[in-house]
Design a protein around this ligand. Structure first.
Ligand code: SF4
Length: 323
């Protein structure tokens, strides 16, 4: 059998840190992205997973499929617990990286205070926000990452006269903490994703990567999971970029700006929605992003200057809405 595998150049499944056997929905974009993240981080890591679909497909269970220790935790305590683990590992002289794999409901809403606190303290953790734009584990409810006028189990945002109208901009919120590294990524651009994860892993201090992960509750054919992630980037809906120290912006993938309908028409959640609201949101985001990329800045501090052991452990400036 081994000789046959060698002849066919099959990759033994243990070479991936995310083995077959997870129990997510067919067509889940999160699991594709998780496999890439796990492989890029390597097995010298400890993962924290607050409640989400990942409680099933990643956290310890009889179908557990990861090569790394996974600690399942509550929303509110996830980031502080991870910070404590990183601290304990450092005291013991151990080198494992601490990673939090958390959904948008956790990062954008329920545990935003905990996330901000960890960023402000310069916690030595890597947060991967698995952004599927809603509370999908509970059936597809709206979060503040849900796009304008998308249908969810809790209605459409435009049906209300007050409250948030656009997707909350989590990258900007965390960038305003002037942390070493914040970036966006998705599984449709694997080299970009891998490079960002490896870069974040090599740094110390607080780092976050926002991953767009299509979810079948968006109402698409499961075979379109990666195609949707690609279209999200190519339409400008989800810019791929990175921010170092809160002020050094770089777009890592220039979008072709193909018509937005190529992305929206594959998903039932946009059926009957006003796509112009989405266009306005995208135009505003790109206007802001182009401005931030064009600003002249002093060179960023050297790698790891904000890490443990330096004098720059946490936030060093007043946090503002605009960085
Ligand atoms: S509900 Fe969505 S995020 Fe959860 S396992 Fe299914 S496809 Fe993945």
């Amino acid at each position: 059998m081994q000789r046959l595998a060698k002849q066919l150049e099959l990759t033994p499944f243990r070479e991936t840190a995310f083995a077959p056997g997870h129990n997510a929905c067919p067509g889940c974009g999160s699991t594709t992205a998780l496999r890439m993240v796990l492989n890029a981080v390597g097995n010298r890591a400890v993962f924290f997973v607050p409640a989400s679909c990942a409680s099933l497909y990643c956290a310890p269970s009889d179908t557990s499929a990861t090569d790394v220790p996974v600690i399942h935790t509550i929303f509110a305590g996830a980031f502080a617990e991870a910070e404590g683990m990183a601290h304990a590992l450092r005291i013991q002289g151990r080198e494992e990286k601490v990673v939090v794999w958390a959904g948008d409901g956790c990062c954008y809403d329920i545990a935003l205070g905990g996330l901000s606190g960890a960023a402000a303290r310069g916690a030595n953790i890597l947060v991967i926000c698995n952004d599927n734009e809603g509370y999908q584990n509970t059936g597809g409810h709206e979060s503040t990452a849900t796009p304008p006028d998308a249908a969810t189990r809790t209605g459409r945002r435009t049906e209300r006269s007050h409250g948030i109208r656009r997707r909350k901009d989590l990258v900007e919120i965390i960038a305003a903490h002037h942390v070493p590294y914040v970036a966006t990524a998705c599984a449709a651009f694997p080299e970009d994703l891998e490079a960002k994860v490896r870069k974040a892993v090599a740094l110390e201090g607080f780092r976050m990567i926002l991953l767009l992960t299509p979810c079948v509750t968006w109402g698409y054919d499961s075979r379109f999971s990666v195609k949707l992630a690609r279209l999200a980037v190519e339409t400008g809906y989800f810019p791929l970029y990175e921010v170092e120290w809160g002020s050094h912006y770089r777009v890592t993938q220039e979008p072709a700006m193909v018509p937005l309908e190529r992305f929206t028409r594959l998903q039932r959640r946009f059926s009957g929605s006003d796509v112009d609201l989405l266009r306005e949101e995208i135009a505003a985001k790109w206007g802001d992003l182009r401005f931030r990329c064009s600003r002249e800045q002093a060179p960023p501090p050297s790698p790891n200057a904000g890490g443990l052991g330096s004098s720059c452990l946490g936030i060093t400036r007043r946090q503002t809405g605009a960085s």
